[in-house]
Design a protein around this ligand. Structure first.
Ligand code: PRX
Length: 635
């Protein structure tokens, strides 16, 4: 896929202006030139943010896997598509070529078919970062089944919630996973989850850690023998442009996680085109994104974007600290990685361990560095720039979301001058707006406000699975005719954007989105707890950490607080997963509430952040006396 080879900022502006003056013509040209269609579209775009409804390339017919696999066979059959680097550095890396991948996807898709999976069925994928994960996504897409990947760090309860919400017929998992020195028995977690999931008819189990696991007769089967018996040929199912490709859950401010639905053609066009341009991928480059495929970053920029471009995409099973803190850099050197894409949390954690882990390795292959998932602080940005990119490889600070499907605000490397902590400029076709709390757009530069997007782009999520009303309320109701991101941002004197963080009750911990409501619900299940409130506070590695204020049913010293803290974190681990554990738990006599009974999180946030100089007017609270008590006992 060619790109615009933007070499100067002025060129960026020229192309950008063209893309927003006539987005339909812009995206049509890209779709036309760079993809394989069974039939072209009748209409490029129809949209109405009021309904809301967005359709791109309506009438077109395609299969995304023909774009990711079949069309590369003639020219890139022997090129490595997925370079799998195992957890244990002593285990050999696997170089899966486009031809191998094509055959393995076909085999897997044939197995899915033989188990009765059809177009439109939902398949839950709960796998570690092993090749079967990427292959299973593509196998679903090959036959038009809708994949719903659940990050393999989520608990049985969280998994069950997601399986039931989208009514999955099948679960694909493994006996277990390796994470550094640890092994995790994933199949046991699936078994526990499935006690509450009546719709699941079959479970396919990949072998990874060779642990004993219980296989339920008539439901569970080992994957490998089925694959071995399956044909490696299969004609892809023809999909409509707007047929769902996948569901991916993300946390909301309240209630259940939201199953964001992405459809086929627009997602393909946008993820592929952003990949090519944001990472300036060239034919012989080796690209590595360290995210887990359980998150949107992995979907768009380990699997679909890179493969649609015929790229070599590294998939790493392990963790940055195993066997030591030099692992990332060892992999960069070993595979001569050209583009490296990671999260600020990882950068901060590695920076803390010192540059000696970096200096042992030759990083001269690196051409572009990326960051994503949370705001990057200035110190981490410079550490990355100085020690990893050696001020030679530009940093692309890419802002986007599960809902956006692809990168939205980002520098174009070697073109956009970077500025620490700034995601800089909108990508082609993206029209950001900053809004004030009264719903008016804030024009001009050197301003801050709530970040919205004024015009649809091809990979915007089309709905929340089973709940279009919630989709409308969450994203299209705060501001008329705009998509509301939930983030705050500022625009500097040259028009660069800096994302300042969430303005709702979503907290980003180590780059993971966590909604406060499900965590509070979990805590409140503890028999001793009357009520609780969770807020974020700044943390030097995680970006934010969680601070819980918990009021017990019976106050007094009768219960051991340390034990209670352990029990509360245990419940959270069971209900959601270890990523949602609280760093600090303060027991309180009451929580500050407005007269209508709403917890005043603003005050709790300030206390947790040790920023109590200006708490604002607390006299209108229902119970102002509790504020002092909370401040006095703050952790
Ligand atoms: O708050 C923003 C933050 O991550 C949120 C989206 O999280 P999720 O849907 O899990 O997707 C993460 C990977 C795309 C955003 O609303 N965020 C993402 N990228 C950045 C960021 N905050 C600041 N700078 C970024 N580059």
């Amino acid at each position: 896929m060619s790109n615009y080879h933007i070499k100067h900022l002025e060129e960026y502006y020229q192309v950008y202006r063209k893309s927003v003056r006539n987005p339909e013509a812009f995206w049509e040209e890209i779709a036309e030139e760079h993809f394989l269609w069974r039939k072209k579209w009748d209409n490029v775009l129809s949209w109405d943010f009021k309904k809301p409804e967005v359709k791109w390339f309506e009438g077109a017919k395609l299969n995304i896997t023909e774009n990711c696999l079949d069309r590369h066979l003639a020219t890139r059959g022997d090129k490595v598509a997925i370079l799998f680097e195992p957890n244990d550095p002593k285990e050999e890396a696997q170089h899966i070529t486009y031809r191998d991948l094509y055959h393995r996807v076909n085999q897997f898709a044939n197995v899915l078919k033989s188990k009765g999976i059809k177009k439109g069925d939902r398949v839950c994928i709960y796998l570690p970062m092993i090749p079967e994960l990427a292959i299973s996504l593509l196998a679903c897409a090959r036959i038009g089944a809708i994949h719903s990947v659940v990050f393999a760090g989520f608990s049985a309860t969280a998994l069950a919630t997601r399986i039931n919400d989208s009514d999955c017929k099948m679960v694909i998992t493994s006996d277990g996973s390796y994470r550094g020195k640890k092994t995790i028995d994933l199949k046991c977690i699936v078994d526990e989850a499935l006690e509450d999931c009546n719709g699941v008819e079959s479970v396919l189990v990949a072998k990874r850690i060779h642990s004993e696991c219980n296989m339920k007769e008539g439901r569970d089967e080992w994957l490998q023998p089925l694959l071995d018996a399956a044909s490696d040929q299969l004609t892809a199912t023809v999909m409509d442009a707007e047929d769902p490709l996948f569901i991916l859950y993300t946390s909301g401010s309240t209630g259940m996680p939201k199953g964001m639905v992405h459809t086929t053609a627009g997602y393909m066009v946008y993820s592929a085109y952003t990949f090519k341009n944001v990472f300036q991928y060239r034919e012989n480059d080796v690209y590595w994104c360290t995210a887990d495929i359980g998150w949107i970053t992995g979907h768009s920029y380990i699997v679909y974007g890179p493969l649609a471009n015929g790229a070599t995409s590294v998939m790493f099973e392990g963790v940055p600290s195993y066997p030591d803190y030099g692992r990332f850099w060892e992999i960069v050197e070993k595979h001569k990685v050209s583009q490296f894409y990671t999260a600020p949390t990882a950068i901060r954690a590695l920076a803390k361990e010192g540059v000696e882990h970096v200096e042992k390795h030759d990083l001269s292959s690196l051409k572009v560095l990326g960051t994503v998932g949370e705001p990057i602080n200035e110190e981490a940005w410079h550490w990355y720039d100085d020690n990893i990119g050696k001020r030679r490889a530009p940093i692309v600070d890419t802002w986007w979301q599960t809902e956006t499907g692809g990168i939205m605000i980002t520098p174009i490397p070697y073109s956009t001058p970077t500025k620490p902590t700034y995601a800089t400029l909108p990508f082609m076709g993206i029209q950001p707006a900053l809004m004030d709390e009264q719903g008016k757009e804030i024009k001009g530069n050197q301003v801050d406000g709530r970040l919205c997007i004024k015009f649809p782009w091809p990979s915007i999520a089309r709905t929340i699975w089973g709940n279009h009303q919630r989709y409308k309320e969450t994203y299209f109701s705060a501001y008329e005719n705009m998509y509301f991101t939930g983030d705050g941002a500022l625009r500097d004197e040259v028009g660069y954007y800096r994302i300042t963080g969430r303005v709702d009750d979503v907290i980003i911990v180590s780059g993971h989105n966590l909604g406060t409501a499900p965590i509070e619900d979990a805590i409140n299940e503890h028999p001793a707890v009357a009520e609780s409130a969770i807020v974020g506070f700044p943390h030097d590695v995680k970006g934010n950490a969680l601070y819980g204020y918990v009021t017990l049913k019976e106050t007094g010293e009768s219960r051991n607080h340390d034990n209670l803290r352990k029990e509360i974190n245990q419940i959270i681990t069971e209900q959601i997963g270890p990523i949602a554990k609280l760093n600090k738990i303060q027991f309180t006599n009451g929580l500050p509430k407005t007269r209508s009974g709403k917890i005043m999180r603003r005050i709790l946030r300030k206390i947790a952040s040790k920023d109590t100089s200006n708490l604002g007017d607390t006299s209108t609270l229902l119970n102002p006396e509790c504020v002092q008590e909370i401040m006095d006992n703050a952790l």
